[in-house]
Design a protein around this ligand. Sequence first.
Ligand code: AMX
Length: 415
Amino acid sequence: MRGLKAMLWEASVLDPYEGIRFHGLSIPECQKLLPGAPGGSAITAESMLWLLLTGKVPTEAESRQLARELAEKGELPVYATQLIDSLPATLHPMTQLSIGVAALNHDSVFQAAYERGMQKSEYWAYTLEDSLNLIARLPALAARIYRNVYKPGTALPDINKDLDLVGNYTNLLGYGANHDLTEYLRLYISIHGDHEGGNASAHTAHLVNSTLSDPYISYSAALCALAGPLHGLANQEVLRWQLEMQKELGDNITTDQIKDYLWKTLKSGRVVPGYGHGVLRKSDPRFIALQEFCDTRPDLLASPIIQMVKKTYEVAPGVLMEHGKTKNPYPNVDATSGCVLYHYGLTEFKYYTVIFGVSRALGALTQLVWARALGLPLERPKCKNLPSTHAHGSLTRLHPAISMDVLEKLIETQS
Ligand code: AMX
């Protein structure tokens, strides 16, 4: 269905050359217009959420009011903490997040109202309430997973009602004293919050919710899509790749060495993580915004890992163009996102996609509200079967190891 416009997505649109716009606003425009937290300038998650949900730029007071409301709803119920604490620390943090989000549907108001027999015209209101409750609880859930896996035995602070969502998240993670990291996460979580609906995670939420599954289990399913290396896991893969390069070549690496390393990666049949995109055909404006954040901080500019990201950016598009496969040889947001976290001491890269998951909830859940408000139908694309003789040929071409005998038997059984 690539290139075929078949989905309605209300809050954002992705232009291949211009990048993302949220209700018509580009990232630089959002940075100018959307309120930050007190003492900070980066967009808060609440300001972005307000824009996505209403199409309007919130005032500072409105953004703070939403922050307060989310903070008041932010504590996890006991059954959820017990469930998360019972999971093995060796279970991938994304699996834990998906499990935790699904379990929170214990409290779904949508599900309860459906059982009572609510009207279709009411769906959106209960979807909104579930979505806000889920977003509010994500920092406590995601931080608990981090603490259990990486800092076992350390006590989690309570939610601070005076802090915004990301302020609370960094605090719960144990990095609340690092103002720059908090500002970075505010920027990252807000500009990464929505990227049109065709990406695998947002689309999964949309599809599952179209069956009138509640927002919790819909977003839990989305997180499973986000956990794949071609999607959200790319931020962990980028860092792994950069660190391997650093280990092999040291800190003072030249662009020629990086070129050789890129070719080595490509020749081994791997993708260059953080480069390419299903829609974008230029450098991702989210990558540019994060790079600009780095450019204003001397410690980040001096960081070997950030310098490596910058040098890779100088040569990777040329190498990928020469390689000739990817339609977009330019960086996506993940070419840098994890490397900044690493610099700030949040070095557990298996956790990075969880932060992406906290962020993407803003856009994916917003769309569920819009979809139910607009009365969008159950998603059910129609399929076309290949005539069996064609299926024959194409399967054996794709998988030369499949013998004709086996295929013949399969087709016989089917008919
Ligand atoms: N390195 C090497 N090869 C690449 C490549 C890269 N970074 N990006 C694309 N290609 C290859 C594809 O694997 C495909 O090869 P194939 O024909 O042998 O299957 C070919 O180029 C054409 O692919 P495409 O149409 O340009 O891209 P796509 O829409 O199929 O895939 C994406 C998009 C992002 C999955 C792909 O570019 C990729 O794998 N990039 C690296 C992983 C990554 O950064 N993912 C993060 C995406 C953003 C996000 O979700 N956070």
